[in-house]
Write a protein that binds this ligand. Sequence first.
Ligand code: ACO
Length: 434
Amino acid sequence: MSKKLKTIAPAMLTLEDKTYSLPVFEGAENEKAIDISCLRNKTGYITLDDGYGNTGSCESAITYIDGENGILRYRGYPIEELAEQSRFVEVAYLLLYGNLPNHEQLENFSKGLNESSIIHEDMHHFFNGFPRGSHPMGILATMIASLSTFYPVPDIMDPVSEMQIVTNLVSQVRTIAAFSYKKSIGEPLVYPSIKYKYVANFLYMMFSSPVKDYQLDEDIVKAIDMLLILHADHEQNCSTSSVRMAGSSLANIYAVISAGIAALWGQRHGGANQEVIKMLQQIHAEGGDGGEFINQAKDKSSTKRLMGFGHRVYKNYDPRATVLKKYCDIILNKPGFNDPLFDIAKRLEEVALSDDYFISRKLYPNVDFYSGLILRAAGIPTNMFTVLFAIGRMPGWLSHWREMIHSDQITIHRPRQIYVGEPLRHYQPIEMRD
Ligand code: ACO
């Protein structure tokens, strides 16, 4: 355990006729943890925690969440302040390097991002190999892993090459995302431009073409920037834990990030933003008030869930959803941006939050409930929503990877299990099996 943890009174564990003392530590925000790292050696027992809801897998100084009180902070800064006052590139720097950058640091980082934004020309052919209609998350995971072959990681990583890799990934994920969209609609790839900043450059690559200039709307640029900030980190979530898990074997960083993208794709994680829009569209098409959908989500014999509701950590309103709802109000009230799905979403939220099923289980809107509406307003197609999440989450994944590889010791992640299969049995030749 690091020196940053405060030691407090130990926990006493009684098993059979023996009592064991287990160290207890306290973190920076008084959250307490029983250290069980010696449990199996001392007692022969392991802990069982399906889904890891009670397991701290590491110490981390990046993000703090208090799910009961709806608090989220990056490196100590409240998410609301960052969403309102900062920019995504600045927040990426903060997450990666621990402090907000000064002028020079920000300028160098931004310059690095711009200079790393093109991908190797030979990679362009890969986009032709994917069938039309391929999910962009599949393309993204593949292309990110294949960066490892074009931008080899040195055997011994010095700070300069590490910074270059990190910069490549934060920048190139946006280029790959835009290219995969262009391919899917059969338009030529648009190279990034030195003229634009991070988000504007992404929108330019997505929506301009040799025969059509894209008119940047500053409100949309700000809204997408804010959305990326809100998605930039969320401590040990499923995809970040996948990054730490894969990274703990000291695998290639591009492959490690690809593992994070794969985990993010699932509809119980980053894929939920896409499912929310499908749900709102279905309710809109059926013309009801969403009550039928809510009944199905409550029905235990159905696999349906109210998408964009509930969270493993937040047992209160997700603070990111609050910010997003506010931005929906701004963007969707602009002339020409009205979206009937926003009214359905607000009504659905109202109904769910007065329903005992959702109240008793502390199920509130999460980040995905309103994010899709902003993405729709920006013209981002639904199948690209999770890709936008991945662009936002990239600095978070990389910060956790950096924190892990720079820690005093890197332990390969290897949970145990309780075996419930067949007891010992012996092989029989096939003729004897009928
Ligand atoms: N709709 C209906 N019921 C729900 C929902 C929901 N959205 N979420 C949870 N529940 C119910 C469960 O059925 C369960 O009920 P029970 O106690 O009667 O069995 C109870 O609430 C607890 O649910 P769990 O699945 O145990 O909660 P968990 O913390 O494991 O899951 C999760 C969290 C996966 C996010 C869940 O709430 C969910 O599936 N939500 C919908 C998908 C979604 O929006 N995902 C995005 C999450 S945010 C993110 O990843 C960026």
